[in-house]
Design a protein around this ligand. Structure first.
Ligand code: BEZ
Length: 211
């Protein structure tokens, strides 16, 4: 099943390293980072899950809960976690979904048979508190993800959820943003009291409104 932006994140029940969950109940009203890795006891995955744990404060600050998944079973996850903790000198503080029957992996289209018949690729889903899919990314097994980019896009998503703005190429938290074309110049004066610059009639920049 392919998953599109704006879809409700498919619900499921599964065992995790923090006990059984129902996904929608677990989301509650948080933002969520759901990300798959190809296999336990592999080098790139060990760095990625460690990085996620190291960024716990950055995710918490943004109201984001992280949850990982692979098609390994719970015993395997539980045996691997001490390695992740030792290598990255951090406590793994988020759940890892056990999916040996590939139920969740197939539900979220995380298995790309021409890449690997058996293992999940490196999928990323960012899900909003409304349980809708806000972003998808797919990386191959050989490339570890850029977690600075994951935090950056969460900042953009959370900003654009609250204001009628978009973020330009390479935008980072704190930099100027773009007023969406749907806002008239008259409305922009009221909505963006810090003012705006008209680069083109369709490209108007304003200081980040939530700072
Ligand atoms: C890794 O996590 O290192 C990895 C996993 C599967 C294939 C290649 C690399």
């Amino acid at each position: 099943m392919s998953i599109h932006l704006g879809d409700i994140a498919p619900d499921f029940s599964a065992d995790t390293t923090q006990g059984p969950i129902n996904f929608h109940e677990w989301i509650k009203d948080s933002w969520v980072l759901l990300f798959s890795h190809p296999a336990d006891f592999t080098p790139v995955c060990t760095t990625e899950l460690g990085k996620t744990a190291l960024l716990a404060g950055d995710f918490a600050k943004r109201g984001v809960k992280a949850i990982a998944i692979s098609v390994d079973d719970l015993d395997s996850h539980n045996q691997w976690v001490p390695d992740i903790e030792e290598v990255n000198n951090v406590k793994v503080n988020f759940p890892i979904i056990a999916d040996p029957e590939k139920k969740v992996a197939l539900l979220y289209d995380m298995i790309h048979p021409n890449a690997s018949e058996k293992a999940t690729v490196r999928s990323v889903f960012i899900i909003g508190p409304d349980k809708k899919i806000k972003l998808t990314l797919t990386y191959p097994a050989s490339t570890g993800r850029n977690f600075t980019e994951i935090l950056r896009v969460i900042d953009s998503l959370q900003l654009t959820a609250n204001y009628q703005v978009a973020t330009p190429a390479d935008w980072k938290n704190g930099e100027d943003v773009i007023i969406t074309p749907a806002v008239s110049n008259e409305d922009a004066v009221a909505k963006f009291p810090k003012g705006f610059t008209t680069v083109k009639p369709y490209l108007r920049k304003t200081p980040q409104p939530n700072l």
